[in-house]
Design a protein around this ligand. Sequence first.
Ligand SMILES: Nc1nc2c(ncn2[C@@H]2O[C@H](COP(=O)(O)OP(=O)(O)OP(=O)(O)O)[C@@H](O)[C@H]2O)c(=O)[nH]1
Ligand SMILES: [Mg+2]
Length: 365
Amino acid sequence: MGFFQKLKEKVTQQVDKVTEQVEKASERISEAVSTAVEKTTEAVKTAIGFEKIKEGLSKTRKSFVDKLQSVLRVGRKIDDDLIDEIEEILITADIGVDTTDQIIKNLRMRVKKEGFENAEDLYALLKDEIKDILIKSPSSSLDAVYDTTEKPHVILVIGVNGVGKTTTIGKLAYNYRQAGKSVIIGAADTFRAAANEQLEIWAERADVEIIQQKQGADPAAVAYDTLNAAINREKEVVIIDTAGRLHNKTNLMAELEKISRVMKKLKENAPSDVFLVLDATTGQNAIQQAKEFMKVAGITGIVLTKLDGTAKGGVVIPIANELKIPVRYIGVGEKIDDLQAFVPEQFIDALFEDKSKTIEIKEED
Ligand SMILES: Nc1nc2c(ncn2[C@@H]2O[C@H](COP(=O)(O)OP(=O)(O)OP(=O)(O)O)[C@@H](O)[C@H]2O)c(=O)[nH]1
Ligand SMILES: [Mg+2]
């Protein structure tokens, strides 16, 4: 091989090596950029979600936190009277007797053990205890909120009249679409006039397909048609709306059982989820409703709606703590992007967010 030939080969080899290194580096850069973009998008979404939850909880926070801050004032010492006052505030905030008992017991224990003396220290302690209760509840274990491990993932939505089932389905469909999933919804509320039209509007807003039949049709037939269409069209998520008339137990059981049985003909383990929708404005009554429904339906998750319209938002705490069914979503408004995943830490931070803290942070900026 001549000198120039050798030189040419060497140069070519080096050029190839450099090209390869540049390609690898550029791959790494583009990977790093897309990870950074993904992370930023996630962080922005979380921040927007947190703001919405905070805003949605403002009525509850106003009554709950204002009352707490007025008894936990600087200079006051911790004594039995103070603990009684806190107990009363928790109960009037719809946290319920049992969960309040649990919180107060833990609070007393920590005060004694850790030697707290000043009233103002109890604010952070109380926040901590409530957060701890929620973290230990089943609501905590679901981080993959819009993940679908099976295709299609079938969600049956149930609950009494007017709690917000149809609205929640519209929002949920939208959230799944935002997460890049294909969705089809089924109008199995064939009982109420105009139920189809209402769900159709939501389907349009969320940009998802809808399957319906005429009013009075068998709800189980609509559920079957919807699942069938989902399988044929390879959709990832199926959401079924149901009628909210106040069922007597036997009717409800028969109807839900039939819907599930008919869907099982197409997919053995359908429905994947049964979500019970509860209206937060009904306070303790929501817990009673849940207990009734739990007797007849295999509920896998709870959606608590209308938190924005009530000071009774504290009811989320006993629902998560006592029912042993995960609270999956909370409704904080009537708009399509107003359904938020229930994340205990985020919820408690939003509930306890106090004004003095916000001002402090702003001043630091
Ligand atoms: N402020 C507020 N309103 C809500 C929320 N969720 C639902 N709503 C309102 O509650 C009302 C009833 O909602 P629907 O979705 O029709 O309730 P439903 O359970 O489907 O009712 P039926 O089908 O009649 O049983 C509507 O006016 C909704 O806009 C929420 O999170 N916040
Ligand atoms: Mg409805």
